[in-house]
Design a protein around this ligand. Sequence first.
Ligand code: GLA
Length: 681
Amino acid sequence: MSVEQAHRRGFAPGQILFGGDWSPEQWDRATWEEDLALMQEARVNTVTLGVFSWSALEPTEGAFVTDWLDEILERLADAGIGFFLATPTASPPPWFTRAHPDALPVRPDGVRLTHGSRDTYAISAPAYREAARRITRRLADRYGHHPGLRGWHLHNEYGTLDHGPHAEHAFQAWLEDRYGTIEALNAAWCTAFWSQGYASFEEITPPRTTQYLPNPSQAIDFRRFSSDEMLAAMVEQREEIRAAGSTAPVTTNFMLPTWNHLEQWSWAEREDVVSLDHYLDTAGPDAEAHVAYGSDLARSWSGGPWVLMEQNATGIRVDGRTLAKGADRMIRHSLGYIARGSQSSLFFQWRQSAGGAEQWHGALVPHAGGRSRVFASIARLGGILERLAPVAALPADGPLVRAEVGILWHADGWWALETPDLPSSHLTYSAEVRATHRSFWRAGIPVDFVRPLADLSAHRLLVVPAQYPLSDDQVSWFEEYVEGGGELVVTYLSGLADEHLRIATGGYPGRLRRLLGVRGQELLPLPAGERVALSDGSEVEGWTELLGVEDAEVLARYTHGDLAGLPAVTRARRGEGRAVYVSAGWTQEARDRRLAEIAAELGIGPTLPGAAEAGLEAVRRRGDGMDFLFLLHHGERPLTVRAVGDDLITGASARDGLRLAQGGAAVLTLAPDAPVELVED
Ligand code: GLA
């Protein structure tokens, strides 16, 4: 484990961090007073300051104004409240962009964005990088040793792509570093197609709006480059902080679920603690599965505890409407993140803004003020979280949540499926990965996400959803895993291409044919709404393949239609293990049933048998010498759980059964691995 990983694993603030983004620069002193009193009433112990405060901190170039922040930090210290301090570099102030118009980002169509919103920076512009370093250093010199500093929140949700001249030069250098020679790049990018052969790296541009389809290899390399370039900018900020002597943990907030411009595994290596902003995209029952998905990703990226930096306290934005989340649900969700490794429940934002672009975004103190239903629910959550302080202690060794199932995650899969004109444009990486994660969530089986080439000794089952590009190393890694006794489940759209998005010819999925023992001839997306039945009673939608078996058994065949009698799901034995290929798009029901069956065959079961079916989410988080069983009741009828342990929230014993009402939650302290059962009413 690297020193940085050791730091990250050690992020144990001694309590669950509770609070949110606070923007005192938007308010007068009387409101500051009220805010501090309300924070104490709600037991807030952490705020995030400065996220978009650049113009308040440096209103004109080189003139730093920090007295307001000094005063705020003093007040927070008096109130016993700690803080994350952000570097405000996501939103350069007007003076900066006026002085450096070349540091505004350029869209693929050549339009240079203007000031007026946020995140308008060209990540490769030297003037931007220098100004970002300067403000970072200034903050680190002044506040880097502050006793209330819980950590550095670098930037905010890195993710602005720039296609301008600065990016062009940096992209060329990145490509030269990656490929060495222009001949190697031409071969990797198949530039013989459409007369794109390059004579030198200087001829290459970022993928910009062009007459017809772009080169997919160029497009995915640009995404990789952009992630690396933003990471370099983050690392520079980190260097400034360390150069100023500040040893506080460093993080930057990742964003889910709608866009993904970062390759999170490599970013996580450069942070001391991983943090995540998580906004739900459905108000239906899937919101709970989504909380688990975001949390499992963040814990996996971290390799240990992590920080939920933002969530919305009140609303879920769906189809242009902000739907109410509800107090019980907000509390269950907050606990859901903690169950899966979060050391915090932080929100965007503390007080709902009176003006500006996000004046209707939810907050802990709504426009109505502290005398409100929303604030009452926040104060209730604060009381609960205070009682959960023991949960923040970390186990001496081993994972926070034990999982025997791994799901492969890599941004390459996401970016590859954004290639225009694939056989179907109706498939997205995140939908495939979420559908897989959802199946295990519905079965109550804990999972980790894993990085390509990771140590898989803890994972007896590895599922690979829609990982379209695979490198030689990754293919060998799968082979070794299976030979050594692992159970691999690969779904369609995986392994069709190499890392440059060149198709592996000779039969699909070319990269994995030998391992899977199959040979596909045709990829056959289905029309919208059409489903096809399989011989194992399941149905598929969206995608089928004309598949032949070479060295594998058939687990399910098509029962009718053009492919009747042909294989859809296969399994090959290799060494001590098995490799399953799911060549068609399982419906969610089929995916749920079949993945649970495969897990059951391996003896991998739910955390609490019978719970998930009754709507009870049970997650066992390991602590220092004890386990914490989080029980989140999303279902409708009351349930009883029996275990030798007490509920941290109410103090009630579960020895003779603990009753959970609809919408309720409990956190039982248990001896490590102590049994627990759901009692039939
Ligand atoms: C993001 C940002 C916040 C705010 C919220 C709104 O996560 O970090 O500044 O814009 O979204 O949901």
